[in-house]
Design a protein around this ligand. Sequence first.
Ligand code: ADP
Ligand code: ADP
Length: 224
Amino acid sequence: MIEFDNVTKQYSRDAYALRDISLTIQDGELIFLAGPSGAGKSTLLKMIAGIEKPTSGHVIVNGQDISKLKTGSLPYLRRKLGLILQDQKLLTDRSVLANVMLPLIVTGAASGEAESRACVALEKVGLLDKANALPLELSGGEQQRVAIARAIVNRPKIILADEPTAFLDRDNANKVLSALKAFQSAGVTCLISSHDEQFLDQADRVIYLSNGQISDSWTTGAAA
Ligand code: ADP
Ligand code: ADP
């Protein structure tokens, strides 16, 4: 479970990114975080990973208050999350497979084990046949699915995806969303931000942010 308890984030004296957000996300939910650019979506996602800290309030992930975690514990928290953030590019000088293996290699997995798990992850996003390609040989939509494979190779229970369909056409955006939804079917909580409203009906719940506040929130027909 993810809980925001009266969370406010101020980057500077007059700049509020989030104002007094209270929110509970249940395990296994697929949530779309909607709202215009600058509404606070990225900030909200980054707070769950401890990348940004609240100015006031608490963010609690699986019973743990993130703002109270020591800096040294943050890498451990992040390994339990699948992060698809905008500033995490694929490494262009190595293969798709090597990119997906990386999170396992840095945590000390043996290379054979890392390779077989990376292949499973690539298969889940429909790109096993591109394992030996270089990232720049893939289309934008395929690159985004490689980023998803890299994010889920540690088998996280929570996936946070910041604008994963930005810059994609409708067909490729749908493939990216289908890949994410397949993990939700396997019990993973998915929180996906998007300023694009055409996909919102695919979520269990939409949380609409504007000016750092939840201005609307609704459950959709996709909810069981
Ligand atoms: P969104 O993801 O919805 O586009 P963001 O969370 O990126 O929104 O930004 C929310 C607000 O916080 C914006 O006004 C943005 O300019 C501001 N902001 C975001 N990151 C920073 C930062 N590192 N320093 C100062 N202001 C920031
Ligand atoms: P793009 O338009 O981004 O180039 P395509 O839709 O043409 O992407 O697909 C590119 C490659 O990805 C093809 O080789 C296709 O077989 C493969 N592919 C796409 N989606 C899947 C999937 N769900 N499962 C398996 N392979 C897939």
